[in-house]
Each structure stands twice: as structure tokens, then as C-alpha cells.
Design a protein around this ligand. Structure first.
Ligand SMILES: [Fe+2]
Length: 431
């Protein structure tokens, strides 16, 4: 059992590093050290930061080893330097950063060979610290993918297109009222904010069977949605005005209409694809225009986990099995959301499609702790963000790794952000 866990962790570490290497080796040193947007770190910062977190937790804390590079901890502390300030720091050069992460990783494999996954030590029980660090690297791989999307220049990333639609999801699905189990006590690598499992009573509601598509969103745009204050919240309208929003990020208008720029390629808009790169305020305005609203976090999770036949909450909409390529568009396997109806095998028992993968889905809830929350292993993971100006995002995107998402996973961001792979679906009251 312990040996299986060691092998699983080793394979996941290798798999994740392959993706990190791809994202940082397909561009030249100038691209690696440049800031592509004030919202993003230079890619070379992400790379060394991934290594530094791995060193802090696995080499020093779990392994009890001497520091590899004590002198750089401060540079790569995300709480000490805002993203916009990071390019001016005396960062490791690309070759140094690569050597550093390699050196750390060698030590981590040595620690992994010797560690006892002792159930009395919470940090290593079930391989938790390794799972946390793996997910951290995978999260930065998604951040780096968003940086690639913001980068200008010739395309450097290549992937096959996502699968075509093979099913037509229903318009909306009714989720009956009643309690369900939200959050988890059993997922070994779940982060502190996903715990504990608790019962939540959710009144009956309708939820869209699929994310809102580009075609749907174009109808909102064509109806003058961006210019009609009625659909926007007060804050949303103020932001729409000051930021000059008139379409999702990365959309370009020419004489024939709209196109988007994706990883350096200009492509026609596919009306069947979930809309991506919209902020919370845009999602909220669309929902109001459509006569609906965004789901709450509890509604989203009930739609994604509740099995009406057993009353049990599943790990994923399709069951407890980890995501396979037939279930969801995850892991940067494709570099775009898949059209609605491309993953019937990933639908929930009630027929809600594409909850996992494709696009992160904005929900209306802010970031609050679950009952009985206890910060672990450090306050800065979640606790310091509770109650802040955030909205939750659920389900992961095509850029999210399979091991960094599940139906309990909670992501959060500022409501104006749209450089992330964010979309949404709508809901409405059943009464
Ligand atoms: Fe980080």
C-alpha cells in the first residue's frame, strides 16, 4: 500500500514536471523573463517559485534536510511581492532556475524513498504534503498557460482539437430540494477549504445542463447587453464602464464580426463552445438578461455530486473514478474548451454536462469557511482570503490538471478577473 502510494506520487511528480518543462521550454529566455501582463508573473518566477515551495515543504519540512537555497525564499514568497513587482526582483536566470528545480526534485525523490506515510502525522498521512505540492505545481501550470495566452508572438503550444459534440444536453435540469453532503472528510489530498463534509439544505432549483456557449453569449452581445445597465449590478456596470468591456477577453472584432486569439492563433468563434475569459460581472449580467441568475456554490456542488438514487455525494459527476479522457476536458490535453455535448460519459446522473473541465464556472458565493474549518497546513493557504472581495469558481478548465480538480475543489478570484479560463452556467429558482 505504502509502496503503491510512493509509486503513484513519483509518477504524478514526473508527469507534472513534464508539463511545467513544456510550458517553460517552448519559449526563449526573453519570453521567460518578460512580464506578459501586470496580472501575471514572468514565467521564470513561476518556475523557481514551484521549486521553492517544493523545497520548503518536502525537502525541509517533511524531509528534515538542510536548505538547498535559503537565500532565495524571500524572492519567491508570493505574499511578499505582488505580481506586477516581480520582474524587477533579482530573480534566478532561466538556466539557474532550471538547475534549482532539478536539484530540489532530486532531493524530493530521496525524501519520498524514505518517508513513512504515518497516519499519526497529518502532514504526510496519505501522502498529503506531496499531494499539496503536486497540486501547487499543477495550479502554476494553469497560471503559466494563462500567461501563454496573454503572450504575443508566434504560436509555440500545440495540441489536438477537443472532441466534437456527440450529445445534445437538455436546456435545464431540475434538482430537487433537500439536503446533500457538501465538502469532504475522505479525499486524501483535499485542501483545508474543502473540509469538512457537512449537510446543506438546498431548495429546489433549475440549472443549465451545459455551460453558456459563445453562441448564447453572442446573442446577449447582439441584444446590446453590454450597453444596457439594467442587466448589470451597480459594481458590474461601473467596472464595465471604466474597463471599457464590450466582449470577452481575447475576442477581436473585424469587418466580418468576432474572432478570438488563442495561444497565438486567430480563429473563428465556435458558437457551440463554452464562452471563456469572462469576468464575474459579465457572467452576472448575461444571467440577468437571460432571466436567470448564477448558481450558488452549494447548488453547483449539489448538481455535480448528488446521486438521487442513493442520496450519496460522489467524487465526480460520473462517479468516484478519477477523470479519464472520456469524462472531461482537463490537463491541457486540448488548448480550448470542448463544444457542449462532447462528454456525455462525464454527465451527472441527472444529465448535467461538463461540470468538470472545459471552463471554470463562476458561482455567486463569496469565499467563506465550511463549518468546523481548521487551517492546514498554514493560514495563508485559504484562511487569510476568507471574506475578501472574491467570487468562487468551480469545476476546473481545460488547463487544469486531473489531480488538481474534483467536485469539492474550490477556487476563488476577484470578480473583475478574466485572464483565467473562466466561464459560467446559469440557474434559477424552481418556485
Ligand atoms: Fe504559488
Amino acid at each position: 500500500m505504502t509502496q503503491d502510494l510512493r509509486l503513484t506520487i513519483a509518477a504524478e511528480l514526473e508527469r507534472t514536471r513534464t508539463r511545467t518543462a513544456l510550458l517553460t521550454e517552448t519559449v526563449d529566455d526573453d519570453d521567460l523573463t518578460r512580464q506578459h501582463s501586470p496580472l501575471m508573473s514572468p514565467l521564470v518566477w513561476d518556475l523557481a517559485h514551484v521549486g521553492n515551495q517544493e523545497e520548503l515543504w518536502l525537502v525541509r519540512d517533511v524531509g528534515g534536510r538542510d536548505p538547498v537555497r535559503h537565500d532565495i525564499d524571500e524572492l519567491y514568497d508570493a505574499f511578499k511581492h505582488a505580481r506586477r513587482d516581480r520582474p524587477a526582483l533579482p530573480l534566478l536566470k532561466p538556466a539557474e532556475a532550471r538547475a534549482y528545480v532539478g536539484q530540489v526534485r532530486d532531493k524530493v525523490f530521496d525524501v519520498l524513498d524514505r518517508v513513512r506515510f504515518d497516519s499519526s502525522e497529518r502532514l504526510v498521512d496519505g501522502g498529503f504534503a506531496f499531494g499539496m505540492i503536486l497540486q501547487h505545481e499543477q495550479q502554476h501550470d494553469e497560471t503559466m498557460l494563462a500567461t501563454h495566452q496573454l503572450r504575443t508572438g508566434a504560436p509555440v503550444l500545440h495540441a489536438p482539437p477537443p472532441p466534437p459534440a456527440v450529445a445534445i444536453p437538455a436546456g435545464e435540469i431540475l434538482i430537487k430540494g433537500g439536503t446533500f453532503t457538501m465538502g469532504t472528510d475522505t479525499e486524501p489530498w483535499a485542501l483545508d477549504n474543502e473540509r469538512s463534509a457537512h449537510r446543506v439544505d438546498v431548495p429546489a432549483f433549475w440549472i443549465d445542463a451545459a455551460p453558456v456557449t459563445n453562441g448564447d453569449y453572442l446573442a446577449f452581445m447582439d441584444a446590446g447587453g453590454y450597453d444596457d445597465e439594467r442587466w448589470w449590478s451597480e459594481r458590474g456596470w461601473a467596472h464595465r464602464q471604466s474597463a471599457g468591456l464590450e466582449a470577452p477577453l481575447h475576442w477581436l472584432r473585424d469587418q466580418d464580426g468576432w474572432q478570438y486569439r488563442r495561444f497565438g492563433r486567430i480563429e473563428p468563434i465556435d458558437p457551440a463552445e463554452p464562452v471563456v475569459h469572462v469576468c464575474y460581472f459579465e457572467a452576472e449580467a448575461y444571467a440577468a438578461w437571460a432571466g436567470k441568475r448564477l448558481p450558488t456554490e452549494a447548488e453547483w456542488e449539489k448538481a455535480a455530486r448528488w446521486d438521487p438514487a442513493t442520496g450519496r455525494s460522489r467524487r465526480f459527476p460520473w462517479g468516484d473514478d478519477p477523470p479519464g479522457p472520456e469524462h472531461a476536458n482537463l490537463g491541457q490535453r486540448h488548448l480550448a474548451p470542448a463544444p457542449v455535448g462532447a462528454y456525455p460519459a462525464g454527465a451527472s446522473p441527472l444529465g448535467v454536462h461538463q461540470l468538470i473541465g472545459d471552463v471554470w464556472e463562476w458561482v455567486s458565493s463569496g469565499f467563506e469557511p465550511y463549518p468546523g474549518f481548521a487551517a492546514f497546513p498554514y493560514r495563508e493557504y485559504s484562511e487569510v482570503f476568507f471574506g475578501g472581495d472574491y467570487r468562487m469558481l468551480r469545476g476546473g478548465s481545460f488547463g487544469t490538471d486531473t489531480a488538481a480538480v474534483r467536485s469539492t475543489f474550490r477556487n476563488w478570484d476577484h470578480p473583475i478577473r478574466r485572464q483565467i479560463f473562466s466561464g459560467f452556467r446559469c440557474a434559477r429558482d424552481a418556485s
